[in-house]
Design a protein around this ligand. Structure first.
Ligand code: FES
Ligand code: FES
Length: 180
């Protein structure tokens, strides 16, 4: 006999570590990670743009990898370590990427910025981008309707340069930073 939708439990208990803090949460089977972050945990730094995986505004780090949180069901991330833009600063000090975005004026309205910053942190940790063109390509999942792309790439390039010299905190993996 086929299961009907009424067989789904109304809520499911999950555990998420968000920005280094463990949460036990009761979520509905269809709740996205984005909605749980914003509506349940009140972490509204992560933005909802398209809600369809097209814009990257909802980018967060899950176990160190960047994902579109609007496309992930919260129940699928049970036990995961999540880092949002709110978790990047440490001990009152902005993450190097956050500082570089300010230095390079890499935003206008700012709506895409949390997603851009999380994506940039992961891109640097991935270590695959070496040129501006590669940065542009590997950031192509993050759209900016204000067209701040050149300044965003300037900011990422600066931090990559600092990392190459061994001086930037951005050299560490996002999940390692979360664990501190
Ligand atoms: S809100 Fe998730 S990709 Fe646009
Ligand atoms: S700064 Fe406005 S959408 Fe990117």
């Amino acid at each position: 006999m086929r299961a009907s939708s009424t067989d789904l439990p109304a809520t499911i208990e999950i555990s998420l570590s968000v920005n280094g803090r463990r949460h036990r949460l009761s979520v509905r089977p269809w709740d996205t990670l984005l909605d749980v972050l914003r509506d349940t945990l009140d972490l509204t730094g992560t933005k909802k743009g398209c809600d369809q995986g097209q814009c990257g505004a909802c980018t967060v780090l899950v176990d160190g990898a960047r994902i579109n949180s609007c496309l992930a069901l919260a129940v699928m991330k049970d036990g995961a370590e999540v880092t949002t833009v709110e978790g990047l600063a440490k001990d009152g000090e902005l993450h190097p990427i956050q500082r570089a975005f300010i230095t390079h004026d890499a935003f206008q309205c700012g709506y895409c910025t949390p997603g851009q910053i999380c994506s940039a942190v992961a891109l640097i940790a991935e270590g695959h981008a070496g040129t501006r063109e590669e940065i542009r390509e590997m950031m192509s999942g993050n759209l900016c309707r204000c067209g701040a792309y050149a300044n965003i790439i300037d900011a990422i390039e600066q931090v990559m340069g600092e990392q190459a010299k061994g001086g930037a905190r951005g050299a560490s993996r996002p999940d390692e930073r979360t664990a501190r």
